[in-house]
Design a protein around this ligand. Structure first.
Ligand code: C5P
Length: 294
């Protein structure tokens, strides 16, 4: 097959803070959260075609559906509809971000699709317009249009990018089993809070102080993730014992990230975790979202 018209890579995320403020009438929860893009990347290649939408998964940790409910195809359909263009696209997805892991992989792919098609078709949608489309696909999708570090309010879709913070090194560990986001939110075990911790995270991130950042980590959903999958708590304790400065469940879990002082420390923690966790990655934080692969 000919070279793709556009190839992009798009990162995973963790949340430095995730506070659930209250349950809303629309079934969602009001949040104050701090997103952080991390260097674990999915890749998507795009070809224009005469008609139809086609998705092929080249690589994935688990079998992935390519039916119309796939977020990449939903994003593509939404784009063509908003642009008033006839559908005609082939996408190849190389999936490295685990599925149902709390790392935002599906949302990242959806955002990358909107971002890439806006370039491919020269549609000139503004960032605000792309975010509006993204919010229809999932609460985390608007964040992934710009990535980096950002505050999220509302159900997470109201995004304010923050200045890039110094690069941090994280160890991500994941149990075999995934967790369903609605099950975590719906478990009745979220620890409601005020939003001050998420807002206060800005100061903790800008200084180079690892222990301060570690002490500021907070996730309202952690008790729910521990309850639904006790292995998650064991992984968090394991990371702390292995020398992480702090550790936290990412999003609705079950991935837990450990904050390390630097890359060497992260690799030492990861080495110790390999016997405890089926999957371990060492990743830096990154200051971006989707980007073109030359
Ligand atoms: O927006 P998204 O599709 O990612 O949300 C998946 C599910 O997570 C929702 O259906 C809801 O159960 C839960 N959720 C929530 N409050 C949020 C975000 C997600 O209750 N702010």
């Amino acid at each position: 097959m000919s070279a793709p018209a556009l190839k992009v890579k798009t990162p995973a995320k963790v949340n430095w803070a995730l506070e659930v403020l209250r349950r809303r009438d629309d079934g969602f929860h009001e949040l104050a959260l701090v997103f952080q893009a991390v260097g674990l990347w999915d890749e998507l290649s795009f070809w224009k075609k005469a008609s139809g939408l086609e998705l092929a998964v080249l690589e994935s940790p688990v079998p992935l559906g390519t039916d119309p409910s796939n977020l990449v195809l939903r994003a593509a359909r939404l784009f063509f509809e908003a642009a008033g263009l006839p559908e005609g696209l082939r996408v190849e997805l190389t999936k490295r971000i685990p599925v149902a892991a709390g790392l935002g992989g599906g949302s990242s792919d959806a955002a990358a699709t909107l971002w890439a098609l806006n370039r491919l078709y020269g549609t000139d949608f503004s960032l605000a317009q792309l975010r509006h489309l993204g919010a229809q696909l999932g609460s985390d999708v608007p964040f992934f249009l710009t990535g980096g570090t950002a505050l999220g309010l509302g159900r997470g879709e109201q995004v304010t990018p923050w200045d890039p913070a110094p690069t941090r090194w994280l160890v991500l560990v994941k149990p075999q089993e995934g967790l369903s986001t609605p099950a975590v939110y719906g478990s009745g075990r979220a620890a409601f809070s005020t939003g001050e911790k998420a807002l206060g995270m800005k100061a903790a991130l800008t200084g180079g102080n690892g222990p301060l950042l570690a002490a500021s980590l907070f996730n309202s959903l952690e008790p729910a993730a521990f309850h639904l999958l006790p292995e998650v708590e064991a992984l968090k304790n394991g990371l702390l014992r292995a020398g992480a400065l702090g550790a936290l469940v990412s999003g609705s879990g079950p991935t837990v990230f450990g904050l390390a002082a630097d890359e060497a420390a992260a690799r030492a923690v990861a080495e110790k975790m390999r016997t405890l966790a089926p999957t371990v990655w060492v990743v830096p934080t990154v200051a971006e979202g989707p980007r073109i692969v030359p």
